[in-house]
Every structure is written in structure tokens, then in C-alpha cells.
Design a protein around this ligand. Structure first.
Ligand code: BES
Ligand code: MN
Ligand code: MN
Length: 456
């Protein structure tokens, strides 16, 4: 029996096991779920042992634990380190889900649950691919796993963890399935991730909430001031106005931009899917460029004053916003954070005081397309999809990828099987059964191709 035949005869069980994992609400951002997060780490560890790892352990960090596992068949053979995360985003807003976020249902060929695609479903493809290889005696190299529990909150403790566990994590290549493809008809491989700088701002007006009739019109309202400050962060061409924001951006060549824009993309379908009349963004760039190779500034949340039921006439003391910036290669997250802070303080009028806090950040990453590992992934996808994958630039961020290179000196291949339409971070997150099984089918081909190129 080969790995694929083993998959064919175990499909239902693989799915049932994934659904069990999806039932655990491992929400890293919410400390009420700390026990669930621990339980999830335990479940991942067990799954890795059952799949055939010789060793698996749960490593404590200052935050949520990291799961490490490995199967070393011959130290002389290459080693693939698979990275993923078992933590998930909060499921809110709950009322928009058609079934419970932690009550997975299979409907119309999709698995619906928080974490189905990001990233439990994709991590589980790797666990089951290992089982397929181990059970059919076809594992061609050594494998290691690092599955963390804090990706969705910025992986703050992972830098230290990598530094302290260099030996244990030594490998030839990192393999990650936590990104998306263009479509199942147009398989693709992301070759870049954006960096991130995440800030929170607090704007204070008067020292206490005031009656909006007694004081309104005579004292600046911090919500109004914050709204104006925010509005000034983009100019009329939708360029980010934070001083120095674009200074370190390396412009892509015309040829590179042309290639990027060759990827299949239908603007009308894009607009229709989102129910918008027009797209928006930095002048002079296409939608694919705006999300793939340009830095951006986004408001993630804004609050202040009275937001409960009914009306309350109040001139609030404080207003807040969460603002994140996506960065491209050569921009430095910490530097951007400082520039943002300086800029935001500078534009504050004298009616208010402003506090700016950095929440988290990470650097952008580009993965080479001429490496043995990329070619092994491309060939694996070509084998199972019947089509050469298109290299694309993803808009999302996985801060650990830059650290794998910086701390461990290991490059990454982003072999993701999700779709942009999988509603990650959003209600009704889903993952196609087709994608799930295709992933399990494709991964062993990667291992085989990669091990062969390493031999010759
Ligand atoms: N898996 C995503 C990143 C992603 C999504 C990459 C889609 C490419 C395509 C990851 O779990 C994620 O959500 N990352 C966060 C950053 C993190 C520091 C909170 C993000 O991109 O917002
Ligand atoms: Mn993810
Ligand atoms: Mn995510």
C-alpha cells in the first residue's frame, strides 16, 4: 500500500479526528480559554505520537505552550521542520455563525468551525500525512514539528523559544501550511508574507465624562479629535501619511510587477464576492499589488463614549483605536512603530493628550523560488493538482517565518491549502474537504521530492 492508498482507506477517520480537535476552543487571546488551550496542546501532542513520532513534548513558555515532536529515521538524511499553530482567533461575533464555532459541521463539502482552515485543519493535514508515510514505510527523511499556541496573538514568546532550542529545532527546511491558494483550479504557492506593526492609541480630552449639553461645543470631544487624526493618516491618493513610512520600501521592478499581475484575478468577481461597488487603495497600484507588495495602514477597531443600548448624552473623556500596519521587505517593524508614535503625537492638537502603545509586530519574509525546497513543493502540487502552481505574494503575516531564518538560519516553504474565501478570522470559517484531503495527498510528494534533490 502507498501513502495515497492509505489515505483513501482512512478518510472518514481522519476527518472525525480533525473534528475532535476543532471542538477545543483554543482561543489564545482570551485567558478564559487558557485551560482549553492547554488541552489542545495535549491533543496535538497525542495526535503526533499516534501518527508515528518517536518523541513529542509540551514546552512551557511565558504564554501558551509549544508542542515539539520528531521522528528521526537516519541523522544523515535531510530534516523537514513543519510549523503550524493550534491556537485560533476569537469566534466573535457569535450571532453571525450559522453553526457553533466549536461545533464543527460538514456541509456542502466544507468543514465549518473556527480553526478549520487557520490553522488546525492545515496542521492536521501534516499529522495525517506523516501517519500515511509511516504506516506505509515511505517516510523518506527526518521530520520535526513545532506547533505553537500564540500565533494569533503575535508569537511574542517564540523568538526566545527558538533561541533556547536551536539544537532541537535544527533542520534543513521549514514547511508551513498556513496560507492560501488562488483556487483549486489555479493552485499557487505564496512566496512572501508581509510584516506587521500593531499599535493602540488612547486620546484623552477632559479628565472625566461630561454632560454633552453642559460642556459640549466648549470642550473638545476626544472621539471627534481621534476621528480627525485617523482621517489624516491617508492622503487623497490613499498613501499612508506617517512620516517616513515608505522610506525603506524597495520598489519592485517592472518585470516583477508584471509577473505578479499575471496571476489569475477577476476584479468583478472580487467586488461581487464582497458586495462592494469599487475597490479602494493606494493610487498607481493594482489590487494584487496593494495586498501583496505594498505597505498599508488599517483601523482594526475604534471605540469610546457610550455604545450600549439606547441614547446617552455624553462627552466622553477618552477615545481609543487599534491601528495596524502591514509591512513589506526591508521595512522594520520596530522602526515603523517609533515613526508612528512620533507622527501620532505630532498631529495631536493641544485639546487632548495622547498615549500610543505598541501591541506586537513582526518582519516581512520572502521565500526563494529557485530553491530545491520550492521546486519540491511546486512539483508535488503539479503531481496532485495536475497543474503547475503559480507563485504569488500573500497579504497576511506569519512573524515566525522571518525568525526561522534570522535565529535558526532556515528558509521556509509556504505550502498552504486554504482559500481567501475560507472566512478565516471571520464568522463561518471553513475548510474544503477537497483541500484537506488534497493537502494530505500532496505533502508526502513534497517529502519525496525534497529528499531526492538533497541526495543528488
Ligand atoms: N494564517 C494567517 C496568516 C495568513 C493568512 C497568511 C492568509 C497568508 C494568507 C495567520 O494565522 C494570521 O492570521 N496572522 C496574523 C498575524 C498575527 C501576528 C496576528 C495576520 O496576518 O493578521
Ligand atoms: Mn494562521
Ligand atoms: Mn490567523
Amino acid at each position: 500500500m502507498n501513502a495515497n492508498q492509505y489515505l483513501e482507506s482512512n478518510k472518514q477517520r481522519f476527518l472525525d479526528e480533525l473534528l475532535e480537535l476543532l471542538r477545543i476552543p483554543s482561543v489564545s487571546a482570551d485567558s478564559n480559554h487558557n485551560e482549553d488551550t492547554k488541552r489542545c496542546a495535549e491533543a496535538v501532542k497525542q495526535a503526533l505520537l499516534e501518527a508515528g513520532c518517536d518523541k513529542a513534548e509540551i514546552c512551557k513558555t511565558k504564554g501558551h505552550p509549544v508542542v515539539l515532536a520528531e521522528k528521526i529515521i537516519d541523522p544523515k538524511l535531510p530534516t523537514v521542520l513543519t510549523y503550524g499553530h493550534y491556537d485560533v482567533q476569537p469566534p466573535d461575533p457569535l450571532n453571525l455563525w450559522t453553526s457553533g464555532p466549536f461545533d464543527p459541521v460538514v456541509k456542502d463539502g466544507n468543514i465549518y468551525a473556527r480553526g478549520a482552515c487557520d490553522d488546525k485543519g492545515q496542521v492536521f493535514m501534516h499529522v495525517k500525512a506523516l501517519e500515511c508515510m509511516v504506516k506505509t514505510n515511505s517516510l523518506p527523511c527526518n521530520v520535526k514539528f513545532i506547533i505553537e499556541g500564540e500565533e494569533e496573538v503575535g508569537s511574542a514568546n517564540l523568538d526566545k523559544f527558538l533561541k533556547a532550542n536551536k539544537e532541537k529545532l535544527a533542520a534543513d527546511i521549514v514547511l508551513v501550511s498556513d496560507t492560501s491558494m488562488i483556487s483549486m483550479e489555479n493552485p499557487s504557492i505564496e512566496t512572501g508574507l508581509r510584516g506587521l506593526t500593531y499599535m493602540e492609541v488612547e486620546v484623552t480630552g477632559p479628565n472625566r465624562d461630561l454632560h454633552s449639553g453642559v460642556y459640549g461645543g466648549a470642550v473638545a470631544n476626544p472621539i471627534t479629535i481621534l476621528a480627525k487624526m485617523i482621517a489624516s493618516l491617508h492622503d487623497k491618493n490613499n498613501k499612508v501619511k506617517v512620516s517616513g513610512f515608505y522610506r525603506d520600501v524597495v520598489e519592485m521592478t517592472a518585470a516583477e510587477r508584471k509577473e505578479l499581475n499575471n496571476a489569475p484575478f477577476n476584479l468583478d468577481e472580487y467586488k461581487k464576492d464582497l458586495n462592494i461597488q469599487e475597490v479602494w487603495g493606494e493610487d498607481g497600484y493594482t489590487t494584487l499589488e496593494r495586498t501583496g507588495i505594498r505597505p498599508t495602514l488599517e483601523l482594526n477597531g475604534i471605540w469610546g463614549g457610550y455604545t450600549g443600548e439606547g441614547a446617552k448624552t455624553v462627552l466622553p473623556s477618552k477615545a481609543y483605536a487599534k491601528i495596524s500596519m502591514r509591512l513589506v521587505p526591508n521595512q522594520k517593524s520596530k522602526k515603523i512603530a517609533k515613526q508612528f508614535e512620533k507622527h501620532f503625537m505630532k498631529i495631536a492638537p493641544p485639546y487632548v493628550t495622547v498615549k500610543v502603545t505598541e501591541l506586537h509586530g513582526g518582519e516581512a519574509a520572502v521565500t526563494p523560488t529557485d530553491s530545491a525546497a520550492y521546486k519540491a513543493a511546486a512539483k508535488a502540487i503539479e503531481t496532485t493538482f495536475g497543474k503547475k502552481p503559480i507563485p504569488t505574494r500573500g497579504g497576511g503575516s506569519i512573524p515566525i517565518v522571518a525568525l526561522f531564518e534570522k535565529v535558526l538560519g532556515i528558509k521556509t516553504v509556504l505550502m498552504g491549502f486554504g482559500l481567501d474565501s475560507d472566512n478565516i478570522h471571520s464568522p463561518n470559517e471553513k475548510f474544503g474537504l477537497f483541500n484537506f484531503y488534497k493537502g494530505i495527498e500532496t505533502i508526502p510528494h513534497f517529502y519525496k521530492n525534497y529528499s531526492e534533490t538533497k541526495k543528488s
